[in-house]
Structures are given as structure tokens and as C-alpha cells.
Ligand binder design. Structure first.
Ligand SMILES: [Mn+2]
Length: 362
């Protein structure tokens, strides 16, 4: 297996997408006037304003550019609520297990944990191109917590979901949950960035409750944040029937999908994480055989090389937060798949600089 990205990488301006450019504003402050056209206000101010307008590519790239400057400037609370409402409508219409059908020539990029590392997220887009209808992505959970830029990460990914609802996918991770966010940073970051909006965390947590739990690529590859369950006889049908719109309960299949990890020896045992289980290669083999699954792609665990294969090649773990928490020295990886052969190809990358900001390490 190839372990490094040998493709030619290019580093386009964040404001340029395939020849379309977005006007930069010049005003250094955020006291923007709402105008009838969102685009006008983007051009007039450095702070993009959505107002009641549609989320457009111009808006999204102006927002990314504002975030990239790293001066902690934020969208207005009402624009965040508007993005959350639009995202919620889309996710409520998606099933618990989303079918992704890749055509012969279509490529899909799968990313693992991002954990608030916004500048590393942008680096992925610069290496692998920004999300577009013909450049679909699947983010496999744990977008928020730990890193200092979770708000930037989650808003960026939600905007791409709104732009390309059928070609951009987000799965729930164990960190897309308000109880976990209270312990690992996202809630605190939100309080710091929106001190006058104490109810925003509830809006985020409601959206998180509706994120799909898993994706099925061409019927052959299951993508899930954590892993399999300790209960016998798990089927795709049972995953499809898991009720969402709620936080993961203390135990059960929903919780296992988000929290479990593979282990080298056979059988199922309690997880040291306190949630989910550890499952052996026999559990994986049995699940794959009974459900016609060739490969499980999951995330959830730090990988020093960004990815690893285990369980006789049936499990591929991908982790996309390089130098996790600014201290682990690990590489990150993302995986690309082509519809013609569904062979996963890992691309390894390293951390980039980010503005001074301390990760949330409890
Ligand atoms: Mn996780």
C-alpha cells in the first residue's frame, strides 16, 4: 500500500475556486450593514453576512477567508443559527445509514477526526481540492473538541453540506455530543466566541443529534466513526433502524458505533474508554461475511502514521488531525476511493502552522 501522497499538489488561493474568484472586502471591522444581497455585503466588509440569503459558494469562501486570517472574527449569531437550521433540515432527511453510490469515474475522499484543527482542515482542501459536486467528501465524525478552532471547522463543513447536500457527507462521532463537548472544549470555545449567546450550544447539540451514524459506499464499504457492537448478529438493517434525534445512550448499538475500537484478540471486551466495546477480528469477519461488506473504514483513534490496517485488512482506521493537540507528533491521513475499484488509497500529511491558540486538554 502506498503511504505517501505522490499526486501533484497545488495550493490555490482560498478565494479562487476553479476560476471563480470572490471579491475581498477591505473594511477591517465587522460592523456590516445588512443589504438585500448577501454578496454585496461580502464585497463591502471583511465579515461576510448571510442575512436571510441562500448559502452561496461566494459566502462560504469569504467566511473561510475570514477564519483563515485567524483574528477570531466570527459570523453573527443569527447567521450561525441560520446555517444550523439549514443543516438540520438536510440531516433530518438523511437516513441513519446513508447510501453513497460512486460512479465508475467518481472519487470520494474520506477524512477522519479533525478535532478543531481548522488550519489542517484547510490544508487537506488545498492538497486535495475544495469540496465540489465532482469532488465529494465524507467527514467521519469528531469535527469538534480539543483543537482551538472547532467553531470554524464545524461551520465550514456545514456550509459545504448545504452547498452540496448529495455530494458532501458528515457522520456523527462520539464528540458530536453536548455532554462530551462540555468536557473537551467545544462548549467553552463557543462561550468564548459567542459570550452573549449561551443557547447556541443547544442548537449545535440538536444538530449533532441528527447526524447520520454510518455511510455505506456502493454497498461494499461501511464507514463509521468507532466500530462494531458487542451484541451478536449486527446487520446493516439494524443500523438503519437506529433511532436518532437524541444523544447516544449509556450503552447499546448507537453508542457502540460511535465509541468502539478494534482489538487484536478474538471476542468482545469492555472498553477502557467507558463507552463502546473492544471487538476482535472474529467479530469483524462475521459482520462482513453476513452483510457483504469488504471493508470497514473507521476513525476515532490517533494513528502515528495517520492510518492503519488491522483485522486481516478488513478495518482501515483513518485519523486526520496531524500533531493532535499540538503535542502528539503524529501524521494525519485521508483516504481516497474510486468508484471503479473501491480500493482505498491513504494520503499522509503533516501539520501546518496555526495562529497562537491553546488546545483544550483536560
Ligand atoms: Mn472519536
Amino acid at each position: 500500500m502506498e503511504t505517501t501522497d505522490s499526486e501533484t499538489t497545488s495550493y490555490p488561493s482560498p478565494l479562487t475556486v476553479e476560476g471563480e474568484s470572490v471579491e475581498r472586502g477591505t473594511s477591517p471591522n465587522c460592523d456590516s450593514q445588512m443589504t438585500d444581497s448577501g454578496l454585496e455585503s461580502i464585497a463591502e466588509n471583511d465579515c461576510p453576512v448571510l442575512g436571510g440569503n441562500e448559502v452561496t459558494q461566494e459566502f462560504v469562501f469569504a467566511m473561510i477567508d475570514m477564519f483563515r486570517e485567524g483574528k477570531n472574527r466570527m459570523l453573527s449569531e443569527s447567521d450561525v443559527v441560520s446555517i444550523l437550521n439549514r443543516g438540520l433540515t438536510i440531516f433530518k432527511n438523511e437516513p441513519t445509514l446513508v447510501n453513497v453510490e460512486l460512479g465508475e469515474t467518481e472519487k470520494l475522499t474520506i477524512c477522519g477526526d479533525i478535532h478543531g484543527q481548522f488550519f489542517d482542515l484547510l490544508n487537506i482542501f488545498e492538497m486535495n481540492n475544495y469540496p465540489k459536486a465532482h469532488n465529494p467528501y465524507l467527514f467521519n465524525g469528531d469535527i469538534v473538541d480539543r483543537g482551538a478552532f472547532s467553531v470554524e471547522c464545524v461551520l465550514t463543513l456545514l456550509c459545504f453540506k448545504i452547498l452540496h447536500p448529495d455530494k458532501f457527507f458528515i457522520a456523527r462521532g462520539n464528540h458530536e455530543c453536548d455532554e462530551v463537548n462540555e468536557l473537551y472544549g467545544f462548549s467553552e470555545e463557543l462561550r468564548n466566541k459567542y459570550p452573549d449567546s449561551p443557547l447556541l450550544i443547544k442548537k449545535f447539540s440538536n444538530l449533532f443529534n441528527w447526524l447520520p451514524l454510518a455511510h455505506l459506499i456502493n454497498g461494499k464499504i461501511l464507514v463509521v466513526h468507532g466500530g462494531l457492537t458487542g451484541k451478536k448478529g449486527l446487520t446493516l438493517e439494524r443500523i438503519r433502524k437506529i433511532r436518532r434525534g437524541r444523544p447516544p445512550p449509556a450503552m447499546g448499538e448507537m453508542t457502540d458505533l460511535l465509541w468502539s475500537d478494534p482489538k487484536p484478540d478474538a471476542g468482545v471486551s469492555p472498553s477502557p474508554r467507558g463507552s463502546g466495546v473492544l471487538f476482535g477480528p472474529d467479530v469483524t469477519e462475521d459482520f462482513c461475511r453476513r452483510n457483504g461488506i469488504e471493508l470497514i473504514i473507521r476513525s476515532h483513534e490517533l494513528q502515528m502514521d495517520g492510518f492503519s490496517k488491522t483485522h486481516n485488512g478488513r478495518i482501515l482506521t483513518v485519523f486526520s488531525a496531524p500533531n493532535y493537540c499540538d503535542m502528539h507528533g503524529n501524521a494525519g491521513a485521508y483516504v481516497t476511493l474510486n468508484g471503479s475499484n473501491l480500493k482505498p488509497r491513504p494520503h499522509v500529511f503533516y501539520e501546518v502552522d496555526h495562529p497562537e491558540a491553546t488546545p483544550y486538554i483536560s
